[in-house]
Write a protein that binds this ligand. Sequence first.
Ligand SMILES: Nc1ncnc2c1ncn2[C@@H]1O[C@H](COP(=O)(O)OP(=O)(O)O)[C@@H](O)[C@H]1O
Ligand SMILES: [Mg+2]
Length: 479
Amino acid sequence: MSLLARLQSKNQPENTVEQPIVKEQPNTDKALEAKIEQKTEKITAIPPKKTAAPKKKEAPQVSDEYNELKTLTFKHIIKERQSEDVEAIVADLDTIIEEILKENEHLDGAGNLDKLKAELTNDLTGYGPINPLLLDENVSEVMVNGPKHVYAERGGKLELTDVTFRDNDHVMAVLEKIVAPLGRRIDESSPMVDARLQDGSRVNAIIPPLALNGPTITIRKFSKDPFTIHDLIRFGTLTEEMAEFIKACVEAKLNMFVSGGTGSGKTTTLNVLSSFISNKDRIVTIEDAAELQLGQDHVVSLETRPPNIEGKGAISIRDLVRNSLRMRPDRIVIGEVRSGEALDMLQAMNTGHDGSLATGHANSPRDMISRLETMVLMAGMELPVKAIREQIAGALDVIIQQSRLKDGTRRITNITEVQGLEGDIIVLQDIFTFKQSGVDDNGKIIGKLVPTGIRPQFYERMEHEGIHLPASIFTEKEE
Ligand SMILES: Nc1ncnc2c1ncn2[C@@H]1O[C@H](COP(=O)(O)OP(=O)(O)O)[C@@H](O)[C@H]1O
Ligand SMILES: [Mg+2]
């Protein structure tokens, strides 16, 4: 979109804007807020990553004069400066505002000029009113529910911010700006879109008439420094012994699977596991939306592609897994296995691609196994169950079960060895488990992560690889 069009779409006076038809839902806002509040994650155990979140400011009062000055400035820019670079205009904002104030004496004292300048700059160069939230390192997620309700998550807590847009068109203008550079579009014919900001943050947008509150944007900000194993130990997600164990598993090139529910921290744990991969290995990562952040030198990141508007051209995880086998990978890391790609992954694991890592959605290691069986069937090969189980038992070495407990904390509740096939049954053996002993007065779950006392069968194999784990990590420590 040209600068002119962009500014015009942003700066129409409210009363002349033709509003998209949005059904009035007087009570939904409240209900929705309540719902969101309920869903708010309470990660109380986690200290905020950076400094404490600043106190929420009172919404500043904005005078009519202030709004008039802003509108006049926009009009001036559209009329006089439209051919210039945005940067040049921004650099000149002081002069422009001064000129307008000279011509309109009644606007003297219209309010905070610094604020005006910041807002104009945001509209011209950034993502409008939400720009400050995107720049704020304490904010991990930004949610726009129509122009007047913008939520942000800070340190795991969701809160309503004082940020507002003028109207639906203002939100749409910002959306345009997000999706246009990616060659995507958002309008009535394609009212939902997934996109990514330049810094890697993920954006989902859905607009009226599908979204009743107005254009709705959900942004999961790219975390500049992802959690490390030390963070996870500090949060109580796992113990030092468990950390030592999984590190050894990765180094011994075992095939590992992280299982858990949505938001349980699978991707985070996968990222931590991947960080233990040797810097000498060639790593191919395969994801729906690139979230992994690996520090190694030799990483090839692949991402799936949704179908285009005609419904063609989609590239699935499965396509990418197959392709990756021809890329001479030392390690294949798959963001999430959901469907037929499970078969290709298992086959890869069984044919020399050791040390592969992946995640999947399940409530327990046993559940993960049965889901994998279903996923393999989705590949459409009509394999007998016994053959599928042989594949799974032969391929997988370790399942790490991750859970988000009722009190909001994330734990690795099982580290389980896949021992093999006995008759028709895949034999699983927990090496570490979470023993819950109760719930305290604040609803916090009390429990301990403990070794079961059983050494994994691959212990010898690890020793062979020259990876030595003290036997003591498999026995529970005395209090
Ligand atoms: N061990 C953990 N402790 C606390 N918060 C975590 C932990 N792991 C992940 N998170 C947070 O939980 C959210 C979801 O994590 P993610 O790894 O994307 O989950 P999943 O892949 O299971 O959906 C993120 O905001 C992340 O920062
Ligand atoms: Mg994930």
